[in-house]
Design a protein around this ligand. Structure first.
Ligand SMILES: Nc1nc2c(ncn2[C@@H]2O[C@H](COP(=O)(O)OP(=O)(O)OP(=O)(O)O)[C@@H](O)[C@H]2O)c(=O)[nH]1
Ligand SMILES: [Mg+2]
Length: 223
């Protein structure tokens, strides 16, 4: 078994700020407070998909940030909630908090979802602060920032194809030509000591995993 890895940063959207506003209408002098609440920041949501089978797609981007909530407006208009951001991961991905190394979740079922970074709550507008003794509240809340964290994603991979051959036969060279893997290549036997993994990309976005296997023990060769 081999491991495919990616490190990403996720952040929920910030909540929008609450608004300070007062009604201004014809024939309504000294209208009351009507500042709306800020919108909620979007969540970053992880979903297990059977359409992907490696973490390769995630490595093209590091930061995954959901949309911010909009600020509240006058006339008690609530700010729009920020858009959620969904990240699709292959089945079997283990999600770790990079800083603590703690396993957050082992995503095993297709369709399973997990909110990995919650968006911040929107701040309340000044309308919420009106009381019998304070009818002209000038305060409103600020939105809360979204959660943020660095994640280490690990996927245990099973190779589809194994390259088996005599030492120095050119196995690592082959792997380096058909995949993005960069194994050590040298003109002597037993250059490769650990299995090396590469992902071969074909047309139609199809892929398969190739393992360069050292495996053959010196003693056995020619024996
Ligand atoms: N002439 C020729 N040389 C090759 C070819 N493929 C690889 N080589 C050379 O053969 C040598 C060994 O290549 P590797 O890819 O390291 O071979 P390997 O099977 O991975 O070797 P080990 O990891 O040591 O078992 C290197 O010097 C390569 O440049 C080929 O098709 N033709
Ligand atoms: Mg090799």
């Amino acid at each position: 078994m081999f491991v495919d890895e990616a490190i990403i940063y996720v952040k929920g959207g910030d909540g929008g700020n609450g608004c300070v506003s007062f009604r201004r209408e014809k024939y309504v002098p000294r209208g009351g407070p009507d500042g709306g609440d800020g919108g909620k920041g979007g969540d970053v949501i992880i979903r297990v998909s059977d359409k992907i089978d490696t973490l390769l797609d995630l490595t093209s981007r590091v930061k995954y940030i959901a949309g911010n909530g909009a600020n509240g407006k006058g006339s008690t208009k609530k700010g729009k909630d920020g858009n959620d951001l969904q990240i699709d991961l292959p089945r079997g991905t283990v999600i770790k908090d990079k800083t603590s190394g703690r396993i957050l979740k082992d995503m095993s079922d297709v369709g399973e979802t997990l909110v990995i970074a919650r968006g911040g709550r929107g701040g309340r507008g000044n309308k919420c602060f009106a009381t019998s003794t304070n009818q002209v509240p000038r305060q409103a809340e600020k939105g809360k920032p979204g959660e943020e964290r660095w994640l280490a994603l690990e996927l245990k991979l099973l190779a589809d194809v194994g390259l088996i051959g005599m030492p120095n036969a050119g196995k690592s060279t082959l792997l380096s030509r058909i995949s993005a893997a960069r194994p050590k290549i040298a003109d002597y036997p037993f250059t490769t000591l650990q299995p090396q993994l590469g992902i071969v990309e074909m047309e139609d976005y199809r892929r398969f995993v190739v393992a360069d296997i050292p495996g053959l023990l010196k003693e056995r060769i020619g024996g």
